[in-house]
Design a protein around this ligand. Structure first.
Ligand code: AHG
Ligand code: MN
Ligand code: MN
Length: 336
């Protein structure tokens, strides 16, 4: 029988070899993984668990909350607040930060999450997921505020996501490569199924919501026009398009077999840099993608270098196979 490595064993061994996972961070990752298991169970129940449809409320970004958005948010908060590993949490579904209550010890980490990514896919039984990012509290003062969270993505201590799809998979980085775990439903444990995900530098696959094409900036349109021109066009090869509309599933495909994912600026809301959120969508995904040998920019600069100014700030996203991200970014830089 081949030896199975559990998430716990992986984390312990990583700490021994690289010293990157101190006890509080290990607890944090295990607690998040356990919470994702609970979310996976709720997702799998679907209509039988009364988890489909709208919750009848809006979040801080003015989006309608689905029942599963709210349930997943509660599961993550409940699981994480008592362990002593966190100082505070922030989420797509909460206006402001959630400070760990006084009755529990305060830890040195801060957790941000998109509890349920791909909300439009919940009711149609298409892959969805949870995205998370971990920061260290850098100041030693007892109190904590939103200010403490406003760190560039390159300061993340860990990042990951869980995909609730045909399989339930957890993908994780603590800054020394990217590992993937698959949930064994019979034993309830996360089993290491890939210890080093790598994104090929070249690809013939792009992911973008093409229905917005007429609203993009000229460099974005140029890039996609050239892909669409195929073999006889300037790129000299045919491209394929994939768009799940759950960032987590689109990024998972790219981490598995390469590709480029884009959610660009669009002229309908010129003051908004893009649709996706910097701190709990773009930053964790950018960290994972870079750790797997890929690249992630906001079409001009490296995402992980951006200094956030607000918790729910939005950003343009171009990430995946290095040579394509470089090309898209160069088109935008050249355009000024
Ligand atoms: P969320 O469900 O957390 O609000 O995120 C949805 C995001 C992202 O997952 C996906 O890539 C994008 O929205 C889909 O947008 P379109 O509706 O334009 O396809
Ligand atoms: Mn999302
Ligand atoms: Mn979400």
């Amino acid at each position: 029988m081949t030896k199975r490595v559990s998430l716990t064993q992986y984390l312990v061994e990583q700490q021994r070899e690289h010293g990157l996972i101190p006890a509080q961070l290990r607890l944090l990752i295990e607690v998040v993984a356990r919470a994702c298991k609970r979310i996976a169970i709720a997702v799998n129940k679907g209509a039988l668990g009364d988890v489909l449809g709208s919750a009848g409320t809006d979040n801080v970004q003015g989006e309608v909350q689905k029942k599963l958005d709210v349930i997943s948010n509660e599961v993550l908060i409940e699981a994480n607040e008592w362990g002593g590993h966190l100082a505070a949490m922030a989420s797509e579904e909460m206006d402001s930060i959630h400070v760990v209550p006084n009755r529990y010890p305060q830890g040195e980490y801060m957790l941000l999450f998109d509890p349920l990514d791909g909300s439009s896919n919940i009711d149609v039984n298409v892959s969805i997921g949870t995205i998370f990012s971990v920061l260290r509290k850098v100041t030693n003062t007892r109190g904590i505020s939103e200010e403490d969270f406003l760190q560039p993505g390159k300061q993340q201590a860990a990042a990951g996501y869980c995909v609730y799809g045909p399989q339930t998979t957890l993908v994780l980085t603590v800054g020394s490569g990217v590992a993937m775990f698959t949930l064994d439903r019979e034993t309830g444990s996360w089993v290491l199924t890939d210890d080093e995900l790598r994104i090929p530098e070249d690809t013939k696959e792009f992911a973008i919501n093409m229905s917005n094409m007429r609203h993009w900036a000229p460099p974005m349109r140029q890039y996609i026009d050239e892909c669409l021109a195929g073999k006889t066009g300037p790129r000299g090869k045919d491209f394929n398009m994939r768009w799940v509309a759950s960032m987590v599933a689109d990024v998972h495909r790219i981490l598995t077999r390469g590709g480029v994912f884009m959610y660009p600026w669009d002229q309908r809301e010129p003051d908004k840099p893009g649709k996706l959120r910097l701190m709990y969508e773009a930053n964790p995904m950018a960290f994972l993608v870079e750790q797997a040998g890929g690249m992630a920019t906001n079409a001009k600069e490296r995402i992980l270098d951006l200094q956030p100014t607000r918790l729910h700030e939005r950003v343009s996203v171009v990430l995946g196979s290095k040579n394509e991200v470089e090309r898209v970014t160069a088109y935008h830089r050249d355009a000024g």
